[in-house]
Design a protein around this ligand. Sequence first.
Ligand code: HAM
Length: 423
Amino acid sequence: MQKEKITAVKGMNDLLPENSGDWQYVECVLRNIATLYGYREIRTPMMEKTALFKQSIGDQTDIVEKEMYTFLDAGKEQITLRPEATASTVRACNQHGLLHNQQQRLWYMGPMFRRERPQRGRYRQFHQFGIEAFGWSGPELDAEVLLFAARIWRELGLQDITLQLNTLGNDETRTNYRNALYQYLLAYEQELDQDSQRRLHTNPLRILDSKSEQTQQIVANAPQLEAFLTAESTAHFSKLCDLLSQQNIQFSVNRRLVRGLDYYTSTVFEWVTDKLGAQATVCGGGRYDKLVATRGGSDCPAVGFAIGLERLIELAQLTSGELQPKQADVYVIAIGQEQQEMAVKISETLRDLSLSVIYHGQAGKLQSQLKRADKSGARIAIIIGEQEQANHSVQIKQLRRQTDDVEVSQLQLEHWFNNEYLK
Ligand code: HAM
């Protein structure tokens, strides 16, 4: 009986070797930029108690209502695979007293889980790189996290990515605005799309970024949040806009941008591209000045963002082709069985010189080994046959330019690499 092949869970992808080099390259760029800005890594568990996400992200959000992977652990405790990491980071900071009279700049990277309908750029297991800055309330830190993101785009050569910015104001603003919006939309309840009809009574602000055209027509004449902003919120937002302009960061103010998580206060933003189809948001974030306190910590303003790595890397690949040359320096070929031991030894010696070395791994015809060497992308092949073994030497063949092979004594190999290879 033929056994059925078990495949991966829908919406959860393998990262294959042909792509993992690009991922490692981007991950390395992100870590380096985090260091430039003085952010330190935090790693939190992949699962948390369900209540954490419900209370942090909000009961009425799409994530909590429909997308969480939740199960009963041994029939006792409700556990959820993390759909995002801001809630977990706040939980960890509060639990370990990291915000007690302290400020923190933190970053994280890893898989997140949302049970959405999979499509290009939208997966059930996806990866985020995120940063969170705790303890600063001024617009300078909003600017810092946006400059951090802009530096990532520059470093990866991305141009087709634009910043949309908005402010949600403070609690009072949002309460007043929510009431005004509710009253206005109530008159059109029957004409709203289904999702919006449901949200009207729970989270009317989310109706502002509804994708339905008819709903958008209704929303076009709705009261504007801007009219409800306090002088303080307006000043914070306009200072942020100034700071960005001074740093030549272009942005557009999108008054309809509210974001899908309930913890935001004041500044919210998204970096979007028109190169990735429907899933256009590469990075989203904003301020969440109340979350730390409502999760049991002290009063602590905070701002951050998360980037979807699948989207970022696809965009970078579309822009630059191959992100990093995945080439070895040297391919080591030993023709007969008797020369294999020497090949192992020489490979190790060259790795001691920080060269990336691929050893063919077994005896074989020179021509077929050379073909593999060529395919590997290595610049040089080192060939060891009977004669080289007898002479305690190797043949060095340039694979990427036309020059004669040279025979180099094994004792001189290090010298040759230091003086000839790098030229
Ligand atoms: P978010 O907007 O839910 O924000 O997610 C941030 C980014 O993660 C999105 O812009 C997108 O690039 C990526 N993403 C989200 N869902 C998926 C998916 N199903 N498949 C692929 N990529 C996805 C947050 O998660 C907040 N925690 C961001 C934040 C940090 N705000 C403040 N600090």
